[in-house]
Design a protein around this ligand. Sequence first.
Ligand code: 5GP
Length: 199
Amino acid sequence: MNDRSPGAGAEQVPAPVTVLAGPTAVGKGTVSAAIRARYPQIWLSVSATTRPPRPGEIDGVHYRFVTEDEFTRLVETDQMLEWAVVHGRHRYGTPRLPVEEAVAAGRPVLLEIDLAGARQVRRTLPEARFVFLAPPDWDTLVDRLVGRGTETPEERTRRLETARRELAAESEFDVTIVNDEVPRATAELAALLGVRDLT
Ligand code: 5GP
């Protein structure tokens, strides 16, 4: 099932784990940041990554920044729920234990990960809900990617190739949220997790 209409799925029963994926630069990070700021009831997984921090990123908040050796150790000791090489470069993964603890504590759990990671979670946690964050259209996605200005031209090309592949995967997801306006998309996602604005 996949319904692009606004609010689609909002009345469904919340799943214990919700996976948010979507193409690069669609605004997953922005929506996650808005979730973190506005909906503290939602438990947001902190991924481990071998990517170096960008300015302003805080270790343990935005990511757990680890060395290649540390990441390998986490994978080999089965501490990752899923992991993937993203954009052909750095490794990103979801530490398993904190997710299990948050589910056990009854928190609504949100994982913001790439498509390859979402497919792994689909295999290991089929009861999770899979949400695709989509751009209003392709040109908007390109504008956002170019406008961000944090990547080199080679990196940008690589990310656009990834984005084309990822856009084609929308039908694999249970629900699509169109990121036309961040506050609206964020509220729609929070409603899917069973959390509503108090205001
Ligand atoms: P960025 O480097 O811009 O923060 O993130 C790049 C990509 O990595 C994004 O598409 C994001 O969804 C993905 N990503 C972040 N954390 C994880 C994770 O734990 N697992 C997987 N598979 N992808 C992740």
